[in-house]
Every structure is written in C-alpha cells, then in structure tokens.
Design a protein around this ligand. Sequence first.
Ligand code: DLL
Length: 450
Amino acid sequence: MSAVAGRAGAITPDKAGGNHWQQDAETMTIEQLRDTQMERLGATLRSAVDNVPFYRRRLDEAGLSPDDVTCHGDACDLPFTTKIDLRDHYPFGMFAVPRHELVRVHASSGTTGNPTTVGYTAGDVALWADLIARTLAAGGMKPGDMLQNAYGYGLFTGGLGLHGGCERLGAIILPISGGNTDRQLKLMRDFGVTALSCTPSYALYLAEAARDRGLRPDDLPIRVGFHGAEPWTNEMRRQIEEGLGIDALDIYGLSEMGGPGVAFECLCKTGMHVNEDHYMVEIVDPQTLEQLPEGAVGELVVTTLSRAAQPLIRYRTRDLCSLVYEPCECGRTFARMTKPVGRSDDMLIIRGVNVFPSQIEEVLMTIPQIEPHYQIVVDRKGHLDMVEVWIEVGEDIFGETMGQLETFERFVQQRLYSVLNIQVQVKLKEPRTIARSEGKAVRVIDKRPK
Ligand code: DLL
C-alpha cells in the first residue's frame, strides 16, 4: 500500500468552487472506500500484531486474529486504545517500526507526567503532507498563494503539520509561528499573504489587533483561514470572517493520529470531511462503548489505516461529535464530522494547548507549603483564555512580607509553566477559603462562553 496513493499532483476545481488535491481519492464511491478501508485495516492490524506487543496481547485477549476482521461490522469487536495505554508504553512502546525507520517524533501533553509521543516514518510524513494539502486546497489555496502559519512550531503538530502540507501543495509558506502580533500584521500586508493558519482564538485576537491599529478587512490581503486545535463556535467563525474579511474553515486532528489532517472543512462549511481513506471513524457511547447511529452525538473513535510508525486501533479521542454520511455539494464522499461539542474527559484546551487538571495537581502537590485544596479558574479576557490557579496555603506563609509572597507565587507559576507550557496566574488564598465540596471536589471552574 502506498501512503500517497491517488495523488493528483494538481488541484482540480469542484462544482462548488472549492478544489480537490487528490480527486480520485476524495470523491471515490462508497464501495471503493469500503474496499480501500478493509484492505488497509487488514495491513494495519497485521503490522500492529506483528510489531507491537501491546496489540498482540490485546487481540489475543479478545480471541481475535487480523484474519478474523473481514468486513466493517467485524471492526466493532476490536479492542479500544486509550491515552492511558499510550502513557503506559511511554516513550516508544507503541511504535511498530524499528528506530532506524523513524524520521520524526512529536509529543503532546499526557494525563500525568509523561507526554504522549507520536512517531513518523518518511512515508507517514509524506502522507501527512498530502492530507494537509487536501485541507488547504479545499480552502481554495493554489501555488502562488502564501500561508502565514501562526500555529506554534516545535513538538506541537500544528506548526510543522501545516508547513509540510503547504510545501506539498506548492504554495508559499511563511513559517512565522505564534505571537508577535505587530509583526504578524506587518508581514501579512507587506508580503501579500493570502491564507492564515492559527487557532481560532488567535485569529480573533489578530482581527481585534488589526481593528485597533485602524486596519479594515479590505486592507488585509488574506482570503481564507484554517483554524482548529481548540473548540470554536459558528458565532466565532462569523466574527473572524467579518474581522479579517476571510472564509474561516475548521480543521481537526490530534497528535495521536499524527496531528491536523484527520478532517477538514471545504468552502461549503457544512462539517469537516474526515479523510476516511486513511482514518476509519465511528461514534460510540462513552459509557457503554456501543456504536451509535449516524447523527447521534458521542465519542469519536478513530483507527489509523495508513500510519506505519504508530498504528492505533479504535483510539478513543474523547472528543464528542456526530457524523453525517450524506455526500457534500463539493463532490467529496467522505463522512463529515460536526464541530466537537465537548470532551468525555476533563482535558482543558487553553489557547490551543491541552491541559489536564491532574498535571496541575501533580505540580502543586510537590510543593510542601501548599495545602491539598485548589481550584482552577478558566475565563476568557477579550478573545484569549486565561487561567488562574487558586491555592490554599498554610497560616504561617501569611506571616511573610508582600515581597516574599509574590516571590512564592512566581515560583509556583514557573513550576506550572515548566510542565504545562502556558502562563497561568497563581493566586494564594488563606486557609479554609476555597469552597469544600461534600461530593466530588469541584476543581475546575470554566467561565468561558460555550
Ligand atoms: O491540536 C492538532 C491540530 C493542530 C489540530 C492544528 C488542528 C489544527 P493536540 O494538541 O493533540 O493536537 O490536541 C488534540 O484538540 O482531541 C480536540 O479536543 C482538540 N481539537 C483539535 N482540533 C479541533 C477542532 C492538535 N477543530 C485535541 N475543534 C483534540 C475542536 C479541536 N477541538
């Protein structure tokens, strides 16, 4: 199986005015898609069982061999994979290829302590680039367009993911990464940038910053934006589109699946097309784990069909959404997923960065002056998420001078930064001032508008 099968090498306009990057693949019939999926699923299962002891054990326990999975219905018998499984096999225990076949490793935050690692072979990187090229082409990008990529570069998959896809498309990448808003706006105008990629909250922030500097949407050359990595609403879309004068498109992915590129919106804006030839998706009830029918909201479960370095079987994303199978006006036949409406775990997404409350607790509990009572308060100031961590400290600490208290707050802030990679405000609270709960402690107060 070639990771880049169906490559078009050119962008083909579709009837709705968007564009296909790999038209044959993106518009294949349902029968072709099902055959492709079963062939690739078989290869994925064989590789997982042959090369990853965890999967060999799991399939053994389920009394299954890869040859038992002969039709779509059989896939429901396969065991699930969770983030805990990835953590338990940190760092490379879930990889299916020897180290010399890897060319890249990314990582994202884990539930506790260790990050979740993601490996890529050269073929995986090439496949990823094609999936992002599909995403960018669907927004009308072509050679000659310039993409200002304000996703963070580094271990986060947003920066390098969009970067590779833009080069694959043959368009121009401006690898500016996040932050430095003045420079973002200056280069956007000076260079004639036509496309923007960043989190939706940063796009709103850029729109506001442009307005504050007296720039009107018509003064900005950008035409289209690719926004994801955190939840956003259609109302936010409206504000971004008005503020920047663009079409704002949703893109979805997660590190465990290689990063962005799992699903993308076309200019019809009627849900995100899942790249079903490379990712098999289902919706399950997060409690019973039973598969749910088309249109029902539940947890998205994804099986990789083409990733060589790290095949994942029935991975529980924890993202809650629904799927629609009706073909889209753009000609694409892949299922569309709705915007994720929430998560079935407690992960918070702060300015695009994943944060688990347990990570914060772990840090706090290593500091002896801190009592085991704390609260995490998340709010939105303007368009940016802000986090305050309220912590109760012992009586004795309030005997210290203001300067010493501030030094202590800064110390805790730095400890949290080193683990979370985001700035949080630490607020010291006097003993017994954080509300006690009779049931489950309420650790997170999320005041952000839904
Ligand atoms: O956020 C990958 C990505 C980068 C996607 C750039 C889109 C654009 P992680 O850091 O592993 O990977 O976070 C994955 O982010 O499980 C969702 O909860 C959330 N998420 C990603 N895209 C969207 C979206 C990247 N479009 C987690 N809408 C996922 C809502 C999203 N939530």
